[in-house]
Design a protein. Structure first.
Length: 118
């Protein structure tokens, strides 16, 4: 089992920045992918970004490429999502996710709300 705890959501004006954190525990993450998925009201869950723990390769949704950066801290077993140039359409509940494949669908955090006002 992998436990994931997110933090860092909040309310920000358009053009602003937020950093989300996801602390992982329970297993060594060496073989895992970790990432972020978001869900806006009335919409389906949408992939945002992922990172491969071993090697650190990253992948982003087109909608956030160039604005969001995913990173990890090996010593803290924590993944971050730095979100810059936020837009109202980024408003959603952001979930941290982990898995042994790139679909990152095995483990989920409780979610953190991000609201971007126009």
């Amino acid at each position: 089992q992998v436990q994931l705890v997110e933090s860092g959501g909040g309310l920000v004006q358009a053009g602003g920045s937020l950093r989300l954190s996801c602390a992982a525990s329970g297993r060594t993450l060496r073989n895992y992918y970790m990432g972020w998925v978001r869900q806006a009201p009335g919409k389906e869950r949408e992939f945002v970004a992922r990172i491969r723990w071993s090697g650190g390769s990253t992948y982003y949704a087109d909608s956030v490429k160039g604005r969001f950066t995913i990173s990890r801290d090996n010593a803290k077993n924590t993944v971050y999502l730095q979100m810059n140039s936020l837009k109202p359409e980024d408003t959603a509940v952001y979930y941290c996710a982990a898995g042994l494949s790139a679909t990152i669908s095995s483990y989920w955090g409780q979610g953190t709300q991000v609201t971007v006002s126009s």
